[in-house]
Design a protein around this ligand. Sequence first.
Ligand code: FAD
Ligand code: DLZ
Ligand code: SF4
Length: 508
Amino acid sequence: MRLGLVLGDQLSFDLASLASLDPARDAVLMAEVEGEARYVPHHPLKIVLIFSAMRHFAQALRERGWQVHYVELDAEGNSGSIVGELHRWQQALGATHIHLTECGEWRLEQALRDAALPLVWFRDTRFLCSREAFGRWATERRQLRMEHFYRGMRKRTGLLMEPDGSPAGGAWNFDGDNRKPLPRQLRGPFAAHFAQDDITAAVVALVRQRFSDHYGGVDGFDYPVTHAEAQQLWQHFLDFGLAAFGDYQDAMAEGEPYLFHARISAALNIGLLDVRRLCDDVDKAWREGRVPLNAAEGFIRQLIGWREYVRGIYWQRMPAYAGLNHLNNHRALPEFYWTGRTRMRCMAQAIGQTLRLGYAHHIQRLMVTGNFALLAGIVPTAICEWYLAVYMDAFEWVELPNTLGMVMHADGGYLGSKPYCASGRYIQRMSDHCKACSYRVDQVTEEEACPFNALYWHFLIRHRPQLSANPRLALVYRSLDGMPAGRRDAVWQRGQSLLARLDAGQAL
Ligand code: FAD
Ligand code: DLZ
Ligand code: SF4
C-alpha cells in the first residue's frame, strides 16, 4: 500500500497527491506535531485553526471513504515531527511509497527531501502559477516587476478581460480610485462569526493548556474550520465587503480591524478556499454589475498578482533569500511588538488587534508595523519571525517576501522597486489614529513629535548611499536636500534620540 501525507495547510480535496492514490487500497496520514507548532511561537489562534481544520478534514476524508491515520498532539508515540511520523507509519503499515504535495515552506520540504523515505512528490496545483512556470518567467527578465507578472496572469486566466484581449475598462489598474480614507460616518460591515463545535472546543482546551507560553490567547476563536464555513465567510464578503473593497483598500480606522477586507487569507492558505473559484466569483460579480470594476480589479490583483508573485519569488530565491540584509540593519525588535504597549496610537491599534485576533489588514502590516520596522532599522530576521508568529494566515512562502522584500527592502529591490517608507503624514491621511494619539503628527523635532516623522528623514539620510540613485525616490531626496542644514541636523538628532531610546529598551 501507499501512504498519502496531508499537511496542516493542505486541506484540499483535490490535492494532486490525493488524486494519485486509491482510497480502496491506500491510506492517508495526518499528524499534529510539536515541531510544526513550535518552530516559531505561532499565535495560539493559528494553532487552534490548524488543528481543528485538520481534524474536520480527516473526518470529511473518512466520510468520502478514505482510511485516515490521524495522530493527535497528545497521542502516545507521537514523535513530534512530520519526518518522524512518516518513518513511524511507513514502517507500521509497510507502505512502499509516500505520496505528498510540495510544501509551503522550504524548511519542511528540505527536511523531507533529506530524509531516507520513499517519497513521490506532486505539484501544488492549488496555485495558478507553478514554481517552474514562475522560474521560466523570472529568468527571461532582467528585472522582476509584479505589474508585468500580473498582466500575464490576467491574459492567461481571462479574468476581467474583454473578448478582444484588452483589459476590462481599458486599464490594467485602477489604483488611482483605490486610495480613499474612510469617511467619518462609514464603518466596515459586521464580521462573520462561526460558533465552536465540540471538535474546536476540544482543540481550544488543548492549545490553551499546551501553548500558554506563546504570545496571544485562544479566547474568542470564531474562524471557519471547514470548507462549508469558509464558503460562508467568502459569501459574506461578496455580499457586504467587495463593493467597497477598492475604494477603502488602503484605509485604516480606530477600532475597525477588518473594514472592507475579506479576512479569507488563513482559510485560503490552508486549503479551505480555492483561488480560481474566488476569482471567478469576483469576475462574475463585476460582469453582473454587482460591484464596481475598481473593487473587482483591486481584489483580483491581490490574488493572481501579489499572492502568486510572492510565492514565485520565494521558491526562486530560497534558501538564500531568508538571510538577505541589504540595508545592513542590526537593531533588535522592540518589546512593544509583543505587547502593544506604546504611545504611538497607530502601532498600538495594529499590534493590539494582531495579538487579540491574529489579524491585521495589509496597510496596517505594510505602512504601520512594517514601516516602523523599516525606519527603525530592525534586523530582518527578527521582524520576519514576528510576522510569521503573530498572524493566523502566516506561512513563510507568503510572509517572507512580503516582510523581507516589500517591507524591509532587504533584498535590495528584487521584489519591489522602492521601499515603502513613509512619515506620519501618510498614516494621518489614511486613518483617524492621529487624532487619538498623544504624539503630534504635525511636528518633527519636538519632544512630542510623531516618531515616524524624524525616523523617516533619518532613514533617508542614513541610507543615502543605497537609495539616492533610485528614480522613485528622487523627489524625496530633492526635498531633503532643500531642507536648511540646521533643520536637517535637528531632524537627525531627534531620530538619533528615538533610536537610542529603542536601544535602551524603552517603549516609544
Ligand atoms: P484582503 O485585503 O481582503 O485581500 C484578499 C486576499 O489577497 C488575501 O486574503 C490574500 O490572499 C491576498 N493578498 C493580499 N495582499 C497580498 C500580498 N501582499 N501578498 C500575498 N497575498 C496577498 N498574507 C498572508 O496570507 N500570509 C502572510 O503571512 C502575510 N504576511 C504579510 C506580511 C507583511 C509584512 C505584509 C505587508 C503583508 C503580508 N501578507 C500576508 C499579505 C496581506 O497583508 C494579507 O494577505 C491580508 O492582510 C490578509 O487579509 P484579508 O484576507 O482580509 O485580505
Ligand atoms: C502551521 C502548522 C501547525 C501549527 N501545526 C501543524 C501540524 O501539527 N501538522 C501539520 O501537518 N502541519 C502543521 N502546520 C502547517 C505546517 O507548518 C506547514 O505545512 C508547513 O509550514 C509547510 O508549509
Ligand atoms: Fe501614529 Fe504618529 Fe499618528 Fe501617532 S501621530 S497615530 S504615532 S502616525
